[in-house]
Design a binder for this molecule. Structure first.
Ligand code: FAD
Length: 502
């Protein structure tokens, strides 16, 4: 690369979770004198700051950033998360868990759940949850960190965190600013485009300053200040599949020891989250305004709270979908500026992580090769669509038909990509994905079974060992898991021992 084509000025627009994640990752990856990095944020406009539940790949980001985990948990008031509990989703009164970590262990080179499908119904074969270390640990309220030794039962789970998004933003800001990121507090009032190329040249601030850049990262939230308002990139609206378009969020007092799971409870026209942090409990109701009113949604939320509310419910509006191009000209959009999927599977913060790490792998110079941009856009499109399909699955499959909303989502045509997956699972419980898929084998198995799909058969390759022998191996796995859980301390005790300042 010729030196004079190097990106020398990077401007990050927005200081929400996306902006500060981008600033932390980019400043960590580039040498101190490689480029100047400015971040513009406007406290007047503020941040969404709701994101509280995460998924296991965040640990990779923390490692990349050199984060000390105990300090991170302490500073963000975090708790540990081993999965998501779904209540009233497949049918009223029913619950299931999407765990982080595989069921049992592969036996004879065949996925564990295939053996379970073959043997279920035999006297000594339990519900599939009994063969999942994260599910049994969360039910017992016990936690320890994952083991790196594949022979150890504690290697059979993964974990993530629930944290205070505001504190997380501050944590990342400190890290990014220590690595030289320059924070500018101002409101952007205009975006200057090059009249020939249409590239963004500068953002203009309310005090008249002009911040010029070679590469712009649009983290301005739903408004998409650069990617949409300036570049008119266009938005793919996915609300025909996912009609939720509103949320009400309310923090509550902490009650009891924090659970190791995010709870999602389905309601008549949406669902409610409950996320327990160290110092408070986050609650929110995501709903479809075509099927209920704000007043009714608020009542539903407030009558299903654990703990006393600490504020009035805060309303949020969104349109599910994604920007047609996440990267357009010299603007890369991240976070809410790039798209939005409801937080049912805690994917938003992950999609920011994925967007910024993919950008580092395809980092441009000032020539902005179209092949790199096209690759970035196709990778991000696949990732969003994969997460979208996984979320639609929760609504489409199941028995609920007790409200207009549920009848609507059950009857809606689904993307072919998802239909194929469901058909495959229905016949022999098979899940075929790509290695890089965010939601791997276990996630699809958990949600398909949890939503009530009973496969008609199983993989014939699972029939190779005599049933009695295999049933004994399953019993052994169940016992190892039980012992593995007993060896873990209670969740609260783990936090107190490892992550408290005093
Ligand atoms: P924002 O937080 O909106 O930040 C935008 C930034 O741009 C702000 O700093 C603002 O000052 C700045 N800005 C905008 N315009 C200007 C301007 N003109 N001049 C200067 N600055 C400007 N994600 C998860 O992973 N897990 C969850 O559990 C989760 N729950 C959610 C629940 C709800 C209801 C919602 C709506 C989202 C949830 N998310 C969740 C998503 C998560 O909150 C967002 O992905 C995350 O907060 C990123 O937001 P952002 O940084 O893109 O935008």
């Amino acid at each position: 690369m010729s030196q004079d084509q190097r990106i020398r000025r990077i401007v990050i627009v927005g200081g929400g979770t996306a902006g500060w994640m981008a600033a932390a990752v980019i400043s960590r990856n580039l040498a101190a004198d490689y480029a100047q990095i400015d971040l513009v944020e406007s406290p007047e406009i503020g941040t969404v700051g709701v994101g509280e539940a995460t998924i296991p790949p965040l640990l990779t980001l923390n490692r990349l950033l050199g984060v000390d985990e105990n300090e991170f948990v302490r500073r963000t008031q975090a708790t540990y998360k081993l999965g998501i509990q779904f209540r009233n989703w497949g049918r009223l009164g029913h619950e299931y868990v999407h765990p982080f970590g595989a069921y049992g262990a592969d036996l004879d080179g065949i996925a564990f759940h295939q053996h379970w499908l073959r043997l279920r119904g035999l006297a000594d074969v339990d519900a599939i949850d009994a063969y999942s270390l994260p599910i049994m640990a969360m039910k017992a309220g016990r936690f320890t960190r994952t083991s790196d030794d594949p022979r150890h039962v504690h290697s059979r789970m993964a974990y993530a965190y629930h944290f205070d998004a505001g504190l997380y933003g501050g944590f990342l800001r400190e890290m990014a600013m220590a690595r030289g990121v320059n924070r500018i507090e101002a409101r952007i009032v205009d975006v200057a485009l090059n009249p020939d190329s249409g590239f963004v040249e500068a953002v203009v601030l309310d005090d008249g300053r002009r911040i010029e850049g070679d590469l712009f990262i649009d983290c301005s939230g739903f408004r998409g200040l650069l990617i949409e308002q300036a570049l008119k990139t266009g938005y793919e609206d996915w609300s025909r599949w996912l009609p939720m378009d509103r949320a009400l969020a309310v923090p509550c007092e902490a009650v009891g020891a924090p659970t190791l799971y995010t709870r999602s409870t389905a309601h008549d026209a949406g669902w409610q989250w409950r996320i327990q942090l160290q110092h408070r409990t986050g609650n929110g109701h995501v709903y479809a305004s075509a099927f209920t009113t704000e007043e009714a949604a608020r009542d539903t939320l407030l009558t299903h709270l654990d703990g006393k509310p600490l504020a009035d419910p805060r309303p949020l509006r969104f349109v599910t979908g994604r920007r047609k191009k996440a990267w357009n000209k010299n603007v890369v959009s991240l976070g809410l500026a790039s798209g939005f999927l409801e937080p049912l599977e805690s994917t938003s913060i992950h999609l920011i992580q994925s967007g910024v790490t993919t950008l580092m792998s395809l980092f441009p110079d000032r020539r902005f090769d179209q092949a790199d941009i096209d690759k970035y856009n196709s990778l991000m499109r696949e990732e969003y669509e994969h997460a979208r399909d996984f979320i639609i699955l929760h609504y489409h499959v199941g028995e609920r038909d007790d409200s207009e909303f549920w009848r609507h989502v059950r009857a809606t045509e689904i993307p072919d990509s998802l239909k194929e997956r469901i058909d495959l699972f229905r016949s022999r419980g098979r899940v075929m994905g790509r290695h890089e898929d965010l939601f791997a084998h276990t996630s699809w198995v958990a949600v398909m079974l949890g939503q009530g799909i009973t496969p008609e058969g199983h993989d014939p390759m699972a029939d190779q060992s005599p049933a009695a022998e295999m049933a004994a191996r399953l019993a052994q796995i169940r016992a190892v898991i039980r012992n593995g859980v007993s060896a873990m301390p209670p969740h609260q005790q783990f936090i107190d021992r490892h992550c408290r300042a005093d």
